[in-house]
Write a new protein. Sequence first.
Length: 215
Amino acid sequence: MLRLISVTLPVFLLIGCATTNLSSFRAPEFADASYRRIMISVPFADFGTRIEAETIFLKACSWYSNWRDITCLSYIQVLPPTQEYTAEEIAKALSDQHIDALMVIRMTNAYSTQAYVPEFTTTSGRATASGNTMSYSGQSFSYGGFSVSKPTVQFEIKLFDAASSKVAWIGGSTTRGNANAGFDTLLRSLANSALQRLDQDGLIKKKSAFVPSRP
């Protein structure tokens, strides 16, 4: 009797991932404040990077809106970068869009660290059994034995009360990625952590008592 037995050892898939540590402080005079329409500003000098960053925050906010009474708009949606604005024009634009808070996310530091990846081997193959005889064929793959660069970015996050223009909340974050983490991966981790902390600190109007963990 001929039997085929599949033999596969674990194969590691390298994907980009990141984690964010964030500390925050809520201004005492805004102890009872909560917000539902927040304008997001990530003022990178490079226009493409700014659009990417603000879009990532909008997507995180959209997911959160399933359980919280929150809507986010990007700065460039509310104030298109095709003209200069006076203070009065900015105030009117915020009022027209019913914006009650402005969240400004500024990168304060970025660097990378080197980490050594030990060498390891994975094997996959197939065993063929026929009677009392078994034959095996497979391939082994080696990986590691080198150093990789792991990115770290730090941000300051301020939430301004639109009515008073005062800082209602401030946060400082450090986001660390693995060797395969791109800037978008770092920003997604930051955006999810920032919204979670705003919610924990009571600055987002509640719609549901339960918010699941972000997949």
